[in-house]
Every structure is written in C-alpha cells, then in structure tokens.
Design a binder for this molecule. Sequence first.
Ligand code: GTP
Ligand code: MG
Length: 598
Amino acid sequence: MTTHVIATAGHVDHGKSTLVRALTGMEPDRWEEERRRGLTIDLGFAWTTLPSGREVAFVDVPGHGRFIRNALAGLATVPVVCFVVAADEGWSAQSSEHRDAIAALGIRHGLIVVTKADRAPDLVSATIERARRELAQTGLRNAPAVAVSAVAGTGLDKLRQVLDDVLAAMPAPDAGDRLRLWIDRAFSVSGAGTVVTGTLVAGTLTKGDRLVVVGQGREPREVVVRSLESRDAPADTLQPMNRAAVNLRGVPAEDVGRGQALVAPGVWLMAKVVDVRRIGGAALDVLPAQLTVHAGTATVPARLRSFDAEHARITLDWPLPLSVGDRLLLRDPARHSVLGASVLDPDSLPLLRRGDGTRRAAALAAMPLEGDVLTKVASRGAVEVDDLRRIGLAGPDTAPPPEVRELGGWWVHRPTYEAWRRQLRALVETDAQRDPLTPGVSQGAVRDALGTPAAHFIDQLVADAGLEQHNGYVRVPRARIDLGHAEAGVAKLEARLLEKPFLAPLAGDLAALGLGARELAAAERAERVLRFPGGVVLLPSAPELAIRALAQLPQPFTTSQARQALDTSRRVAIPLLEYLDRRGWTRRIDGEHREVVR
Ligand SMILES: Nc1nc2c(ncn2[C@@H]2O[C@H](COP(=O)(O)OP(=O)(O)OP(=O)(O)O)[C@@H](O)[C@H]2O)c(=O)[nH]1
Ligand SMILES: [Mg+2]
C-alpha cells in the first residue's frame, strides 16, 4: 500500500489543526494545554485513508511565530505540504515565514487550502490568487488550490480528491537509500521502553536493525530496533514515505530526543563544518556571524563565515549527519527571517593560508547544487569511495568521471596521480644518478616524498612509473641501466663468460676491456655481472650453473673436486663456494667438505 506524509503550513489560527481533524477524525493537538488554548504548540500527528486507498499521515505544525522551531522541525522532514490560508484573514505574517521555509527546503509537492470559506465566501478567489502570487517563487508555484469549510463540511471531498492527485504525481521514494530518520519525538512506554518517532523519507527500517542515535552533541549510541509501528499498527519493516515509531533497545528515553537522528552505522559523515550556497532570501554576507541552523529536526547554534553573497562556511556547535544536497534553514534569532542554504560540501578542508578563502569561493561558485565529486577528489588527490558515499557524492552504482580512476576502493584524480608518478620516477632516477651503487629509494622515503594519500598506491605507481621494487626499495629496473662507454667492454666480457662461465678474467684482462671499478659496479647494478671478493667477476647465471654441476658430484665433496668439476682455479672456486654457502645452497661440513643442500 502506498503511504504518504504531509505537513501543514500557514499562519496561526488559520484552521490547520481543524482541517486535519476534519480529514482524519483524529486529534492532532496532543497536549491538554493546546486544546485548552485552541493553539498548536508542538507537532501533531494524525492519519487517514484516501478514497483511492492511499494511506496518508499528517504532521500538523504550529502557526504561531513563537513555536517556529517546532514548525520547521515538521516542515524540514516532510516532502509534501498542505499550505493553509484562512479566507477571512488572508495571507499573513506567518504565511510568509512558512513560505520562505518551503522555498528554502526546496519542497516541490503540495496544495493550497483556503479554509474558513464559510466566513468569507467572497474573498476565496482573492485569497487563492494572493497565495499563488506569494508561492510563485517556491516549488509550490503550480500547486492546486481548494476552498473548504471545516465547520460546514464543504470542499472536503474535493480536497481528498486533489490530495490524491498530488500524491499520485509524487516520485517513488528510495527505500534502498542510506537510512536517516530525524527524530521528532521520544518517549518511554511502560513495558516497551524507549520509542522514537519520525518521518521515514528514505531507507528502510527493519526489526532487529542495529542503528546509531547521533546528534545534539551527544555521544553516538548504538541501538537495536526492538519493534516498529506505523499509524498505530505493528510492522516488521517500514519503507518510505511513512511515519515511524521505533522501539529501541540501548538508550533510555531521557537520552534521546528531537534534533537527533537514527542512522545506519558507518554510512553517514558527522559534519561540523559545511560549505553552503544560499537558496533564496537575503545575501549571506549581510547575515550576522552567529545564527541558528535548522537541519531536519535539529536546531543548532552556528557561526557563519561568508565567502560572498552566495556562499558561506557554517560551523555548527555540534556535528550532524549531513550530505551534499541537504537543505539547511538559517535563522537570525533577532529577526523573523528564514533563509535556505544547500550543502555543497560537508567535509571541507580548513582554510589556513592566505588566499584560501578566495580560492574556496571560486571553487564553490563553480559547483552544481548536487555537489561536485571531481572537485572533491581533485582537492585530495584521492578519496575512498566509501567516504564519497558517506557525504552523498557517490551512490552504490555511480561511475567515476573520466578524470577519475578507480583503484582499490579509492577514486584517484588522474592528473594528480600522473604528478605522483612523475615525482616518484624523478626521485628514484636522481638517487640512481647520485649513487651508482644505490639499492634504490626505501618505501619509507617514497611515502615521505609523495605524502598521503599517494602512499596507498605505491605498488601501482611503481609499476606505472616503469620502476620496480626489490627488498623494500624502489629502483630503476636493472635492464634499463645504461652502461654508456662501458657497454662494449661488458658485452665482450659476457661473450667470454658465456663460453667459459667460471674462467673469471684477471685484472689485466678487465683493464684491457676498459672495465674499472666504476664500470663493473654499474654493470653489477644492471645485473649484467656478479662480483666476488678478490676481483672475481662472473655472469649472474654462474651460481645456478655451479650448483647444477656440484649436485652431480658424490656428496659431500671437497674444494678440489669442486674446482675440477667447474673447470676453474682456486681463485674463483673459493669465493664462489662461499657465496653458495651464504645463499644456503651448499653447506660447509668441515674445513674441506661441503654438500649441496638444494
Ligand atoms: N468558521 C470556521 N471556523 C474555522 C474553520 N476552520 C477552523 N476554524 C476555527 O479557527 C480557529 C483556529 O483553528 P485551528 O485549527 O486551531 O487553527 P490552526 O491553524 O491549527 O492554529 P495553530 O495551530 O495555532 O497555528 C478554531 O476556533 C477553529 O474552530 C472553518 O472552516 N470555518
Ligand atoms: Mg493547529
């Protein structure tokens, strides 16, 4: 069954609660004081079934200016509005304030209801006209209008029909979205414990869910959904749009209340510093630095630093679960004005250096309202996809923009990655030029040079930079080392050693080939030769060839047998055997005997 939630709006005494009562047969004014004074103070809840079978719940808000916080807590969490204007009084002060809130919140669904038609039948059409004019700059500019008299009972059937039409045009809510239920009420039920209520606009609630209560400057509390109700009926699971009453295990009722939210664990960023763009209303740079921010059901004191008329940074007194695209209401407590702001970035970097503010203003000005994942990724170089989801910049199926590459759960800015790659290569090549015998640059030094988050991608960067890693060092691949003037001599040496692998050239032979200590060191770095103590130079394949020959001997064998098997001199055999001992390929049994281990 399709369910919906509608909030009322409009000036005090214009007949909002009376209308809800007439439509639902339920009493929205929950408090004795409200009924005695004939005045709504806090949010009221009632529900009914429309002729189509659609279930609709109402969140009835107070019209009196003194209770504006309560009214905003209702309006800010409900996507459809029933805007009430009394025919006899017409458009009034609080009508304007609620209109501004609706504009600021970006509410696009609703209807205009002219009440008390019995009192001033001749003013009905003028009142509708005025309401249309006043709402022309809001999302309700095309909202249908109905005149009713709750007292005479006229217009109510028409109203139900129009309500049905408005709700039929609503886009389907996203039951798979991240859960965030702004709490509008919390109370204790004897025998059941803590119950919180709210309007479920996205995500799904299920019995047994492990969730977290956040906000209001309190420590996050892990809770379990013990049971669920909607419209007084128990449910195992609830999907949007719905009013939800959630029985929680894990938090006493006095530790939870309006302004907090029930969220799925790990998928929301608790944002304290948010960069915003204004939505209608006055310029941001004429607002006072201290103001009140309304987000969902939360009311939070905040500091405002404007970048320009359109953009500002807001520092909340305590963090809230906020995402890109969330609407905030900014209120100057001294004046009766509400102004909207859309969150462009709930996870901004601090502005530390001169000119950071100017640069940030330009970046924000260039961002679309739905935020800009590329700017975010570019500003950090790389961001974990989960972090992008937490701030609403990526959904589960979002593909990265072309300038971004996905790498092991991260979105990496390609130009930044390219810069890291070049930097790494320069680092390693400079080191190799400075010291021909270098083992390379240690991974720690690479991390220090490239910084975070580049350090997450060292393996990939090494590969993409055409480098290699060996024993924890990043180095120029051996094959790429240019031997320059020594190349000819080394090539001749290789040819000789390929013929007779263990016949190491004497010092004079090497000198004749133009191979001194520097040239041989470079050749060794290039893995063209292996050098042993005593000036013995062999090919890198020599140990492998030696061990194969030695394995043919009766074990254990003597140094002299080894020398004969390898067809070489003691000058070569001794250091070669000691090399094999060190590798663990041979084992020395006593002064004269060894055996092959491998
Ligand atoms: N004659 C007439 N009186 C009405 C009608 N609707 C409401 N009223 C009266 O108007 C007064 C205010 O109605 P409420 O429904 O309390 O107004 P409200 O908009 O809920 O007021 P707040 O919640 O305080 O903002 C009550 O005395 C109602 O009986 C109507 O259609 N015709
Ligand atoms: Mg009322």
